[in-house]
Design a protein around this ligand. Structure first.
Ligand SMILES: Cc1cc2nc3c(=O)[nH]c(=O)nc-3n(C[C@H](O)[C@H](O)[C@H](O)COP(=O)(O)OP(=O)(O)OC[C@H]3O[C@@H](n4cnc5c(N)ncnc54)[C@H](O)[C@@H]3O)c2cc1C
Length: 484
């Protein structure tokens, strides 16, 4: 269902519903001030806009449970929202829906450095969790450009990836236990800080990546790791994505798999970061491709630098690297990482962009970039290919920026046609059209063409089993066919 169709299907709120909600909530939970509500209604890419008349900010699981139970009883849909940084319209609430923002449930509850776990409320900001882990001598590896504002609940709901997936896995791999308010208001307490638990279906994994369509995550137990004690960062100039993969394999082998991040950037991606986001090109001349490599280890000592230098030297000898800068300070390392992380922001300033968050088997990334570029340039010959991403996990943000001087609206009108061509290449290469950002509203129709009938039926069955009235973030992730 498109957002417009979804809106058309929506009902008005029952009479006096705000008053009924007020009766089950504490002071400050219902946000009525129109200006205060704006930040929850806007959407990161301005592709959609929330129109919810009621925004609630529960302070506890019990309060949220009462809100959801009342909504269920009255047949009012509920839309969970964390930091509102998602990129597929998953936290957008239409008329007649209640938007639940989790920002008041933002505490770190416990750090257990012996069990290597951290227990948090779902509205806790990702950067806060990283800091709390660091203070306890541990490391929380989930890291992404929006970490200063996204929440762990949103990360869990969207199974966020980011730059640490290569070494530590995505959010699913980091999640041990969850507490969830179910669509009827009941609370499921699955807060087990266990590394081994084979006691039945993995319920927690149903909620990870469910984009708020099966329930609202309220608390979580996440894995920690030993603090990293050595870290090296380099920015390398390369000829091609194929050379990037060869460099990655070399670095993994020579370091004993200490590679913690491996990010690819095209020349165009770096050039817009330099032009629009204050980045500094580390090299005097322009090269076709770049890789940001990070090696890190909890080992003490000083062996990582010579290992890293050995990798870079061998890559030079093999012709895999054309030039390289190894960071000499933490500050320089941060600046190199920022070149990659500023790309989405720079893209906004560079004009209209048509985006694809796709993945293919790592070894097929060069083929993806080559074939998808050809397919797009055949349609829009002067478009800029802004390919970058977590290429160590086969995840490329294959984005297209409008041709110089083009009309933005006319360019964006080709979104569907461009998507179709790129996603056809992805399908041919056994890839996924949503590597890490999820489905939300943006891809809810298109994903059906990429799922088998059996897969689609299982998704619908799960959704109907846990949310028979289709009130929990309806219209996102699974487009329910009419029941009956
Ligand atoms: C600059 C930038 C860089 C980014 N980089 C990455 C990246 O590298 N990797 C990546 O994976 N993503 C990335 N993202 C996307 C986004 O930051 C992540 O998807 C993030 O995990 C969303 O968290 P959030 O708290 O903002 O969730 P929101 O945007 O608020 O919500 C996202 C989805 O989760 C649901 N949800 C939120 N909270 C809960 C909850 N408590 N319980 C149940 N459902 C909930 C919402 O309904 C919605 O469907 C980036 C975004 C930006 C703006």
């Amino acid at each position: 269902m498109s957002f417009d169709a979804l809106r058309a299907a929506q009902r008005n709120l029952p009479e006096n519903f705000a008053e009924r909600l007020a009766a089950v909530t504490g002071p400050g939970t219902i946000i009525t001030d129109p200006i205060a509500r704006q930040r929850f209604l806007a959407e990161e890419r301005s592709l959609f806009k929330s129109e919810a008349e009621i925004v609630v900010a529960p302070a506890s699981t019990q309060e949220l449970s009462a809100i959801v139970a009342l909504c269920a009883e009255a047949g009012v849909p509920v839309v969970p929202q964390g930091g509102n940084t998602g990129l597929v319209g998953g936290a957008v609430a239409g008329l007649g829906e209640v938007l639940v923002t989790m920002h008041r449930m933002n505490r770190v509850l416990e750090v257990d450095p012996e069990n290597f776990t951290i227990t948090v409320e779902a509205g806790c900001i990702l950067a806060t969790i990283q800091d709390a882990a660091r203070k306890a001598g541990c490391y929380f590896p989930l890291s992404l450009g929006a970490e200063g504002s996204c929440t762990i609940g949103g990360n869990i709901a969207s199974n966020a990836g980011g730059i640490g997936v290569l070494a530590y896995g995505n959010t699913r791999d980091l999640t041990l236990g969850l507490e969830v308010v179910l669509p009827d208001g009941r609370i499921w307490n699955g807060m087990r800080p266990l590394y081994k638990d084979n006691s039945g279906y993995s319920l927690k994994n149903l909620f990870v990546g469910s984009e708020g369509t099966l329930g609202i995550v309220t608390r979580a137990v996440m894995k920690l790791f030993p603090e990293q004690r050595q870290r090296e960062t380099a920015f390398c100039a390369l000829n091609s994505p194929a050379d990037a993969l060869a460099l990655l394999a070399l670095a993994r082998r020579r370091s004993g798999d200490d590679v913690t991040a491996f990010e690819l950037m095209s020349r165009f991606s770096l050039s817009i970061v330099v032009e629009h986001s204050g980045g500094q090109d580390p090299f005097a001349e322009a090269y076709p491709w770049y890789a940001l490599i990070e090696l890190a280890t909890p080992r003490g000592g000083e062996d990582l630098r010579p290992i890293f230098q050995g990798i870079v030297e061998e890559a030079f000898e093999n012709g895999l690297i054309l030039d390289a800068v190894i960071a000499e300070s933490i500050d320089q390392a941060r600046r190199l990482v920022a070149l990659r992380e500023s790309t989405p922001e720079a893209q906004k300033r560079a004009g209209g962009s048509i985006k694809h968050d796709v993945s293919v088997p790592v070894s097929r990334v060069p083929q993806l970039i080559e074939e998808a570029s050809a397919a797009v340039l055949d349609l829009i010959p002067d478009a800029h290919i802004c390919a970058f991403g977590h290429v160590g996990d086969g995840n490329v943000h294959f984005n297209i920026t409008q041709p110089d001087g083009a009309d933005k609206a006319a360019f964006l009108a080709q979104w569907g046609a461009v998507n179709e061509r790129v996603h056809a290449v992805v399908a041919r290469l056994d890839g996924s059209i949503s590597a890490e950002h999820g489905i939300g509203l943006l891809k809810v129709q298109e994903i059906r063409g990429h799922r088998s009938a059996v897969e689609d039926e299982m998704m619908v069955t799960l959704k109907r089993a846990l949310d028979p009235a289709n009130l929990m973030n309806p219209g996102k992730l699974v487009a329910l066919p009419p029941s009956g």
